[in-house]
Write a protein that binds this ligand. Structure first.
Ligand code: GLP
Length: 241
């Protein structure tokens, strides 16, 4: 594990963006695994800046998002489709057909999970998977559980996760209770994993996940088994290291 701590948010965002754009510069056909939530916003902003300066092109890249809410229209401002469009996709030259996000409105959810896994398989290995971290140790929407699922699947979101995401909606009642998520098996198959964690409220969970027991009750703890894990923390999240 390679763990780096940053005093400034801007430096953290630029460093994460630099790792991603550096990969795309040397490997234009890179397959990127992308995340949503508050954490990657500044990273995507820095990637857009690099693109606008002509330093990188995403024309030949392929992206796979980790997750999407179930039953939220794609056009809803808090759907992950909207998030990705607004934060990244509409500002860069990634062809829309090469940007994949699970369809949380599919009539047949099981078929949709299979379709997503087939797409992932056809694309080959994800070169770099960007990850944030939930307060309960979730990655993507893989919540703590007795057993974790390898491929894309439907999850019931835990109350804490819905509470954490209520800040993006008007109230917790408006936060969907289900989501589709890429599975832990797919995440762990990525060549490189870039875990980014910010804020004092994540200090304990990131420390537990990376130094505590490896357990399905803390899905991020499985990242300890990954041979190429890069962790970027702000000073507050790094408090216990
Ligand atoms: C969300 C997402 C995760 C994200 C995590 C942390 O619910 N499904 O992919 O990493 O929770 O989010 P944030 O960065 O907003 O703290």
């Amino acid at each position: 594990m390679n763990l780096l701590t940053f005093d400034s948010q801007q430096k953290l965002h630029e460093s994460a963006a630099g790792i991603i754009t550096g990969l795309v510069q040397t490997r234009p056909r890179a397959v990127l695994g992308l995340a949503t939530g508050g954490t990657p916003v500044g990273i995507y902003h820095a990637m857009v800046k690099s693109y606008q300066r002509g330093l990188v092109s995403f024309r030949s890249a392929t992206t796979f998002n980790l997750d999407e809410y179930v039953g939220l229209p794609e056009s809803h401002p808090e759907s992950y489709h909207s998030y990705m469009r607004n934060q990244l996709f509409r500002h860069i030259d990634l062809p829309p057909a090469q940007a994949h996000i699970p369809d949380g409105n599919a009539a047949d959810i099981v078929a949709e999970c299979k379709r997503y896994d087939r797409l992932l398989e056809d694309a080959g290995q994800i070169d770099l998977q960007l990850l944030g971290l939930g307060h309960n140790g979730h990655i993507g929407f893989n919540e703590p559980a007795h057993t974790l699922i390898s491929g894309t699947h439907l999850v019931n979101l835990q109350e804490d996760t819905r509470k954490a995401n209520a800040r993006f909606f008007h109230s917790i009642d408006k936060v969907p209770s289900r989501a589709l998520t890429m599975g832990i098996g797919t995440i762990l198959k990525a060549k490189t994993i870039l875990l980014v964690v910010k804020g004092a409220d994540k200090a304990e969970i990131v420390h537990t996940a990376l130094t505590g027991p490896i357990t399905t009750q803390c899905p991020a703890s499985l990242l300890q088994t990954h041979p190429r894990l890069v962790v970027l923390l702000d000073a507050e999240a790094a408090r216990l290291f």
